[in-house]
Design a protein around this ligand. Structure first.
Ligand code: FAD
Length: 480
């Protein structure tokens, strides 16, 4: 009998950090792999472009890389050899407050705790263990659903992490400054701070600042995926750009297909092959709030009032815990808040390659309702002016993107959701569907590897790595 010679062992749809990581892992084992990318350049949420003026290099999506620096998979790859260099700002992140004050997360946990006064001891007690044991912790939090490799550490992490950020801060901290510092990290979850598990985001990001830092990639975030792509090609992997997959017919014959896409896209492309119940779950998967993003070209550094703010890579703007909680609640409820929580990054202060001599780039976004087309420029700039009076005078030009423009830029950002789905408790471990192996789609040879699988959003490549491990085990009989 004539067998069907498959052209590839694996086709990966999408070249984000997870698609590329899946590709690298499979190619490491000698499989014949091709990556198909809809856009003319690779990288998904890591592209770097001249969005405003010639010579100003902006990170269109991700800019700050604690999860890349702390990724157990990236650590095993010699990405430096392929051009990746992390640049660490003097201070990982700062939380400006009114009256020119600010509270900073330094690389040193002790220095951070000293500044927290009455809460210093509690901060040290909680964060020191996770910081010092980061390598162990990251194996479990970036791992798959299984019995933890480090059960005692994970039990303590799980105990603190299952609370809402609101309950966590009210129980453990007294000073409004410490609560605000924690809120700035927890609000990266893009869900209300009163929801269960939001403290886990604050704990992971807070600990990572001390353990691995919050670096930039020299030259821009594209350096991360360019390095992954070069490594992939060195292992005989192929990449084709300008190849949008709209149906299974757009995919060359292959033993397996791995989607670096989110559930709704997969239901559209492979719907006919999926069991009805699974397809239904993909179609009812919940996406979270979107983002409104601004990139500026500046004539000089932002005139932050506070000295620490001028030395930080990332800033969380929004003032008190309550202000941030109110703004996040509003985006979740479908409202636009006039004083939004704003994430700001200032890479050119530390990486001179980002802007012409003496000039600067600035990156910021705030959370808005899914699908919003509202222009948030004024509200975001007001928040920056609040902590850096005179900021508007430094603007040369700017580029803005509302949620629909985000989705046009990258069709994984459904309604502007940058995490591949809301990171609510039901979708934290069981994304996209609660299964022991969430990477395996219940159809012949189909898999999902995007941030819509555990461990979720961020440039860490771990979803891609785990999906590849599942492919190796289920389809090729590898046992790692
Ligand atoms: C504004 C913004 C700021 C962010 N900030 C940070 C940050 O500072 N730090 C951080 O760690 N993370 C950040 N993130 C999140 C991070 O970028 C994502 O979590 C990460 O990129 C997800 O990787 P992925 O591989 O799952 O998907 P993506 O990076 O989204 O890649 C998916 C790829 O698939 C392609 N594709 C889509 N549909 C098709 C199709 N039909 N056919 C072929 N190809 C297709 C897309 O073009 C894209 O290249 C940010 C995201 C945004 C948007």
């Amino acid at each position: 009998m004539k067998t069907d010679p498959k052209e590839y062992d694996a086709v990966i749809v999408g070249s984000g950090p997870n698609g590329l990581s899946a590709g690298v892992r499979l190619a490491q084992e000698g499989l014949k792999v091709i990556i198909l990318e809809a856009k003319s350049t690779i990288g998904g949420g890591t592209r770097t472009q001249e969005l405003t003026e010639p010579g100003f290099l902006h990170d269109v999506c991700s800019a700050v890389h604690p999860t890349a620096a702390g990724s157990p998979f990236f650590k095993t790859l010699d990405l430096q050899k392929f051009g990746l260099e992390f640049i660490h700002p003097d201070i990982p992140y700062v939380h400006p407050l009114d009256n020119g004050d600010a509270v900073a997360a330094f690389r040193s946990i002790e220095r951070t705790a000293e500044q927290l006064g009455i809460d210093g001891k509690a901060y040290l007690k909680i964060f020191k263990e996770f910081t010092e044991n980061w390598d162990y912790l990251s194996e479990d939090i970036f791992g798959t659903l299984r019995i933890p490799k480090h059960p005692l550490l994970m039990a303590r992490f799980g105990w603190y992490g299952l609370f809402s950020a609101k309950h966590f801060t009210n129980s453990l901290f007294k000073d409004p400054q410490t609560k605000a510092l924690f809120a700035g990290c927890a609000a990266h979850s893009i869900i209300p701070l009163s929801k269960a598990f939001t403290s886990s985001f604050g704990l992971v990001l807070g600990s990572s600042a001390h353990a691995v830092g919050w670096p930039f990639a020299k030259g821009g975030s594209s350096a991360i995926t360019n390095a992954l792509a070069e490594l992939f090609k060195s292992l005989s992997g192929e990449i084709i750009t300008d190849h949008e997959v709209n149906s299974m017919a757009d995919i060359p014959t292959s033993k397996t297909v791995i989607f670096d896409l989110t559930p709704h896209q997969i239901a559209k492309i492979a719907g006919d092959k999926l069991p009805g119940k699974y397809k239904e779950k993909l179609l009812t998967y919940t996406y979270g709030p979107g983002v409104f993003k601004i990139d500026w070209a500046l004539s000089e550094p932002v005139p932050w009032e506070n000295e620490h703010s001028r030395k930080a890579g990332t800033l969380h703007l929004g003032g008190t815990f309550q202000e941030i909680a109110t703004s996040e609640q509003a985006a979740w409820k479908g409202e636009h808040h006039e004083k939004p929580y704003v994430l700001v990054a200032q890479p050119s202060i530390f990486d001179k390659s980002r802007a012409p001599n003496g000039k600067h780039t600035l990156w910021a976004y705030c959370h808005v309702p899914n699908g919003s087309e509202k222009d948030m420029t004024e509200f975001i700039e007001n928040q920056i002016e609040r902590f850096a009076p005179g900021f508007r005078d430094t603007i040369i030009s700017k580029n803005t993107m509302h949620t629909r423009e985000m989705q046009t830029y990258n069709s994984n950002y459904i309604g502007g959701d940058i995490n591949g789905g809301a990171q609510i408790s039901t979708q934290l471990f069981g994304r996209p569907v609660l299964k022991w192996d969430p990477y395996k789609i219940p159809a012949d040879g189909l898999y999902i590897c995007s941030s819509s699988t555990p461990p979720g959003g961020g440039v860490h490549g771990m979803s891609g790595y785990h999906a590849a491990e599942s492919v190796l085990k289920n389809e090729f009989g590898f046992n790692s």
